[in-house]
Design a binder for this molecule. Structure first.
Ligand SMILES: [Zn+2]
Length: 556
């Protein structure tokens, strides 16, 4: 009963703010029930966790097209032969699966120990085009954080030859634990991301890198690692896959790695301390070797981005984008309850449902002067592949793409006084979001966990790294009910119990008011942009400014 009263009070406050802004702009009527209904459908077991190139994709794409059509959008995907456009953009991918058992063992001074896939270790299916990966008794080298950053005069490799060897590497970057140094202190640079570590493994010519899992440093638990690596893996189709991937890519539990070091007479904590300095040198684990053997099934598949648009009345060639990934992890290893379907209700049926609701609102209101594109992308969970493919083969010029507002996991936590973005971008688009928030008495909270490297973990990054102003919106944690403490507790509980696990399911106790409030902010930000002559810009010092500035002449 008490809960109900609070919700009503909270809702009337939202309505109050809406009324206050009514004179300046068209008002969205964000319907939380429609958002919840879409989340319910998209995250139902019938959609099988929305794995790309599965029956779940077929259902999801059909549902999204139907909703976009009903909203009144126009198809804005691939050009059709006879003219006009399809609702989708083909995204050609290669899918890799382990085929049969994954055998792993380590040899510690003559003693052979078996490691179990998903327990001590989580190995990805090799993405190098080979049918089988067989490694016999490979030497193991600890390479610290595995960072080669010439602009910071930092090189963890010091010329070591990793050919024919397996490297153990720490996750995050060298100053995460000390909180100070050349890698942004506690905030994660790209050097801290596991994607970077794998790229470096390929450049170093190693058999592969095993990333040592520690929960705080990775920002998620072992379950997340296990679930994201032991099922199928996707990549864009590459001419020379070995230039991007070493054959062996995987994670190892910290205790298992520490034990290997111990068997070689080394100490994990001591080695880690050394790795936090420039003087660090790669250390071979004497007397310890690594073996694995498994088969790989590789297949070319086509997944789809779903793209609809409302053409601008005055400046149709200038486009504001809303994006949200529709895919999730599909069907995978069962959890403790035996549930195998990774429903991805928050991640990211919620953002997808919000995208559909925004489309309905834009279509109903006064037509925007610039074109507004609504794009639901595939394969985010496989490494931002749908957005990466779009940005590498854009349907519309990136130079005149005004900005991208991405939604990934929009908040079911109820009303919040604040809101955030993934990573803190030095970008005027973020300033504009803050201004819109102020008009609704909401304040901006910087990314609460910059050490998690969120800026590199959502689809806006595929655009940002090519210079397009892009942000990922996130709900707040300073909740009307229970304040920051309640918000932090909800977020922690989600990460521990649901994130990338079968338990990320539709929850009938979600408070709809938060969806309305957050939807209103992202709507108004896009609407403002779509009816202005403003081109958002990266600020001085941003690594993405130079590439955007190159095409400045095309934006007038
Ligand atoms: Zn995810």
């Amino acid at each position: 009963m008490k809960k109900l009263l609070l919700s009503v009070a909270a809702l009337s406050s939202v309505i109050g703010t809406l009324a206050a802004g009514a004179a300046v702009a068209a008002q969205p009527v964000i319907d939380a029930q429609r958002i919840l209904a879409d989340i319910k459908v998209l995250s139902s077991d019938a959609f099988e966790g929305r794995g790309p190139a599965t029956a779940g994709e077929t259902k999801t794409v059909a549902y999204l097209i139907k909703q976009m059509q009903a909203a009144g959008l126009q198809p804005a995907g691939d050009p059709k032969k006879g003219g006009g456009r399809a609702w989708t953009q083909d995204v050609p991918l290669e899918r890799f699966r382990t085929d049969g058992p994954v055998k792993v063992s380590v040899d510690e001074a003559g003693q052979t120990k078996t490691w179990k896939q998903g327990e001590e270790i989580a190995i990805r299916a090799a993405q190098t085009g080979q049918k089988r990966l067989t490694v016999k008794g490979a030497p193991i080298v600890f390479v610290g954080y595995g960072v080669k950053a010439p602009e910071r005069s930092w090189d963890d490799f010091k010329g070591v030859n990793l050919k024919g060897k397996v490297a153990l590497v720490l996750v995050n970057d060298p100053d995460f634990e000390t909180g100070k140094g050349d890698f942004g202190g506690k905030a994660m640079t790209y050097y801290g991301r596991w994607t970077y570590k794998y790229e470096e493994a390929a450049r170093q010519g190693a058999i592969g890198f095993l990333v040592i899992h520690e929960t705080a440093q990775a920002s998620y638990g072992w379950n997340t690692v296990k679930n994201s690596n032991t099922n199928e893996i996707f990549d864009v189709i590459r001419k020379n896959p070995l230039s991007a991937h070493a054959p062996l890519e995987g994670w190892v539990q910290k205790d298992a790695a520490a034990e290997l070091m111990k068997a070689a007479g080394l100490d994990f904590e001591t080695l880690k301390k050394e790795a936090q300095t420039r003087a660090f040198k790669p250390t071979e684990l004497k007397g310890v070797t690594f073996s694995t053997d498994y088969a790989i099934d590789a297949q070319k598949v086509v997944s789809h981005n779903v793209v609809g648009a409302l053409p601008g009345t005055k400046y149709p060639n200038e486009r504001v984008f809303y994006t949200a990934h529709w895919d999730h992890l599909g069907v995978g290893l069962p959890d403790a309850k035996g549930d195998k379907i990774y429903n991805g209700a928050l991640d990211n049926a919620s953002g997808t449902a919000m995208l559909l609701e925004l489309a309905r609102d834009f279509a109903k209101g006064p037509k925007p002067q610039r074109t507004v594109v609504f794009m639901s992308v595939t394969a985010e969970e496989k490494g931002l592949l749908g957005s990466e493919y779009y940005a590498s083969a854009p349907l519309y010029p990136l130079a005149t793409t005004v900005g991208v507002i991405n939604m990934d996991g929009v908040g079911p936590n109820g009303l919040a006084h604040d809101f955030t973005t993934s990573g803190n971008a030095p970008l005027t688009l973020q300033d504009e979001l803050i201004t819109v928030g102020k008009a609704h008495d909401r304040y901006y909270s910087p990314d609460p966990r910059p050490e998690a490297g969120s800026f590199f973990r959502s689809d806006h990054f595929s655009f940002a790294k090519r210079g397009v102003p892009a942000i990922s919106f996130g709900g707040g944690r300073d909740l009307f009910v229970g304040g920051k403490e309640a918000g932090d507790a909800k977020s922690k509980a989600y990460t521990a119990e649901k994130y990338h696990q079968p338990a990320d399911e539709y929850d009938p106790t979600w408070d709809p008011a938060g969806f309305v409030a957050d939807g209103t902010l992202v709507f108004e930000l896009g609407e403002k942009l779509a009816n202005s002559r403003t081109w958002p810009e990266w600020k001085q010092g941003s690594e993405f400014k130079a590439v955007r500035d190159k095409t400045k002449a095309l934006r007038k």
